[in-house]
Structures are given as structure tokens and as C-alpha cells.
Design a protein around this ligand. Structure first.
Ligand code: NAD
Ligand code: GLY
Length: 354
């Protein structure tokens, strides 16, 4: 087992990476939630038949009373309507302020259940049990929880740190290939922004099989990087912003595909390639870097470019019809393994993108 601690003052928590850890969820939750009696387990329709019974059995084995809430799989479930259904369900169950919520699933379940935990009874404890690669390397760590609004993704949310993150790499075996590869985009991102050696490590292991052969190392490396950023800048006003590499343009691509054509990971892949090319034009990124990133993304079957209209770019960067909207913080690479925040007028960014 590998363990990392997110050492936030007064709210430190562990990330545990171990094969078979789903079956030890009970003892681990008991250790961090000594006063809790009831656990509301939130999961989705794909994960429920695969892992719910095992997790529930382990939790009940250490004396917790459990109740499951199963949401439809997919991004559309991250909505305020379902959030309010969860609140009512928790109250029906009789959840109290000393009880807790368990998120068992990918980033959608983690973000929704985490926000429900942050808001019910003015906040109860929650535990993340992430089951996608993206959720294991990124969304389960760091406390960003949210739902989407009609105006855009993640617009209503909170910073609400979990009490524990339990990740079992064996859950990744059941992921559909595109979902696994979408998670690889976030894995590649860590190499691009923080760690050239890790970038080269990934380049030497193209494909799901070679990565799964080293999965504990991959999860540990990504979570270690994320942990150190979160400790330094929990509220995302400084270094944490570097994690947005590829995401500004990625959001435009998600929007261009109406959130159904391109997954988050696919959009981030194309967004990193486009951001690297922009970095070259801004004089920040050395020539050759965009091609290296595109080659690595392509080796995992990820898109390196996605068509997008000026309107979708403008909407994603928050530029209004008159071209007003101030500056944007674009994350650019100074080299592979080192990122910087570049501030430029949104109108200039739109011009560069056309
Ligand atoms: P997801 O939760 O929709 O999961 C993808 C698909 O895989 C779903 O169909 C799900 O049911 C299925 N699935 C999950 N685990 C499985 C398993 N082990 N076996 C088989 N199928 C499984 O998507 P995701 O990619 O995990 O997360 C994307 C979401 O995460 C987005 O909403 C994004 O905004 C959010 N996100 C949040 C943060 C954060 O810091 N909070 C960071 C990055 C992304
Ligand atoms: N996924 C970006 C962040 O947690 O800040």
C-alpha cells in the first residue's frame, strides 16, 4: 500500500493507494470517522453493479448503517435537481452532523456527492472512493466539489476536503477504453506542467497495458503532485492554477460538442496541444514542445485538435459580444515539466485562436 497525506492545517487526510482496498473501506472509514453511525453511499448506474455490494459489505462489517443513492451515469447528473434529491434522501435516511457521505465512482459522483456533503446540515464529512483514472489522479483530491448550471460547468460549488481518499487500482480494469484514455490526458498534464521525467516515463509506455503495469507509480506520482499544489494553494489563486493547463481551451471544446461529443479528458488533450502551440506564438514555449505533447496524446488515442467556432471560444473564455471581458490567465509551458501563468487580454487570446 502507498499512502500520501494532504497535510492541510486542521484538515489533514490520507490518500491510500492499494489493490483490494475496496474490501478494507470499512476499517479505514472507521478509523477516520469514529463517531459516525450512518453512511450515505452515492454511486452511479455503471459503478453500482460492479463495486457497491463489496464496499457496502465492508462498511457494514465495521458497524456502519448504510444507504445507497444511485444516480444516472454521466455528466448530466451533476445538476442542482439531483443535488436536491440527494439532500432529501439523506434526510429520509436520518443522516446527522456526525455521519458522513461516501462517493463511490468517477468525477461526476465525487463532485456531486462532495457538494451534497458540503451543503447538507451545513457540511458533513465525506470519503472519496474514486473508480476512474481521472478521479484517482485528479478530482478526488483537493476538495473541489460542484454541480453544473445552464450557464456552464462547475458554476455552483465549494472547497470541501474529504476525510479520506481510498483508491483501488483494480477498479480501473473495468473502465471502457475511452474513459481510461480520457484519464490519461490528466496524467499527461502532470508531466507537462511539473515533471519532465514523468513525461518521458509515459512516452516510453504508450497504451493501457504498459500503464496498468506501473499503475501504482502513476497514481502515486500524480497524487503527490496534486497534493503538494493543494497544500500550497488550496483556494486556487496561485500555483493551483497551473493545473488548468489545457483546460481553458478544453472547456471551449467541451462546449463546442455540447458536452456529449467530447469527454473532459479528450477536450483537455486537444486543449493542451492548442495551449502549447499558443505558448510558442506568445514566445513562452520553445518550438517542438507542441509536437511532443501531440505525439504523446496521440499515442494514447487522444485527440490532438478539435474544431471550435469563435463563438464557443468566446463563451468559454467569458468574452462578451462587445469584446469586453478583461484579462485571462492562460497556462503556458516554459518547457516540458515547467508551467507559468500568462496574463493576456481575452480579446487578444480570441484573435490568436482564429
Ligand atoms: P464519470 O464520473 O462520468 O465516469 C466516466 C464513466 O465511467 C461513467 O460512465 C461512469 O459510470 C463510468 N465508471 C466509473 N468507474 C467505473 C469503473 N471502475 N468501471 C466501469 N465504469 C466506470 O467521469 P470522470 O471522467 O471520472 O470525471 C469527469 C468529471 O470530473 C467531470 O464532471 C469533471 O468536471 C470533473 N472533474 C473534477 C475535478 C475536481 O477537482 N473536482 C477535476 C477534474 C475533473
Ligand atoms: N482539477 C483542478 C484542480 O483541482 O484545481
Amino acid at each position: 500500500m502507498k499512502t500520501l497525506t494532504v497535510d492541510l492545517p486542521g484538515r489533514a487526510y490520507d490518500i491510500e493507494i492499494a489493490r483490494g482496498s475496496l474490501d478494507r473501506a470499512g476499517e479505514r472509514c472507521r478509523a477516520v470517522l469514529p463517531r459516525a453511525r450512518k453512511l450515505a453511499i452515492v454511486t452511479d448506474t455503471h459503478v453500482h453493479p460492479l463495486y457497491y455490494d463489496r464496499v457496502r459489505a465492508s462498511l457494514e462489517g465495521t458497524g456502519f448503517e448504510c444507504r445507497g443513492a444511485v444516480i444516472p451515469a454521466g455528466e448530466r447528473s451533476k445538476n442542482p435537481g439531483l443535488l436536491s434529491e440527494l439532500w432529501e434522501d439523506f434526510m429520509e435516511f436520518g443522516l446527522t452532523r456526525t455521519d458522513a457521505v461516501v462517493a463511490l465512482g468517477g468525477g461526476v459522483v465525487g463532485d456531486l456527492a462532495g457538494f451534497a456533503a458540503a451543503t447538507i446540515l451545513r457540511g458533513v464529512d465525506f470519503v472519496q472512493i474514486p473508480t476512474t483514472l481521472l478521479a484517482q489522479v485528479d478530482s478526488s483530491v483537493g476538495g473541489k466539489v460542484a454541480v453544473d448550471l445552464d450557464h456552464g460547468k462547475n458554476l455552483a460549488g465549494a472547497f470541501w476536503q474529504p476525510r479520506l481518499v481510498i483508491m483501488d487500482p483494480e477498479t480501473l480494469d473495468t473502465l471502457p477504453l475511452p474513459v481510461f484514455m480520457g484519464g490519461m490526458a490528466e496524467v499527461i498534464k502532470y508531466g507537462c506542467i511539473f515533471d519532465r521525467g514523468f513525461f518521458d516515463f509515459l512516452a516510453a509506455r504508450p497504451g493501457r497495458g504498459p500503464i496498468m503495469g506501473e499503475i501504482e507509480h502513476v497514481l502515486y506520482t500524480c497524487c503527490d503532485q496534486k497534493r503538494s499544489v493543494v497544500i500550497e494553494d488550496e483556494r486556487d489563486t496561485g500555483r493551483r492554477m497551473l493545473l488548468n493547463f489545457g483546460h481553458t481551451l478544453g472547456h471551449a471544446y467541451e462546449l463546442a460538442g455540447n458536452y456529449t461529443v467530447w469527454s473532459h479528458g479528450e477536450a483537455v488533450s486537444a486543449g493542451m496541444c492548442a495551449a502549447a502551440a499558443l505558448g510558442v506564438r506568445l514566445g513562452v514555449t520553445p518550438a517542438g514542445v507542441p509536437e511532443r505533447i501531440a505525439d504523446l496524446c496521440a499515442s494514447f488515442g487522444l485527440p490532438t485538435a478539435i474544431p471550435c467556432t469563435a463563438e464557443d471560444y468566446a463563451a468559454a473564455i467569458g468574452l462578451d459580444k462587445k469584446g469586453a471581458g478583461g484579462e485571462i490567465a492562460l497556462i503556458a509551458l516554459e518547457e516540458i515539466g515547467r508551467a507559468a501563468v500568462c496574463r493576456l487580454p481575452k480579446a487578444q487570446l480570441l484573435e490568436l485562436l482564429q
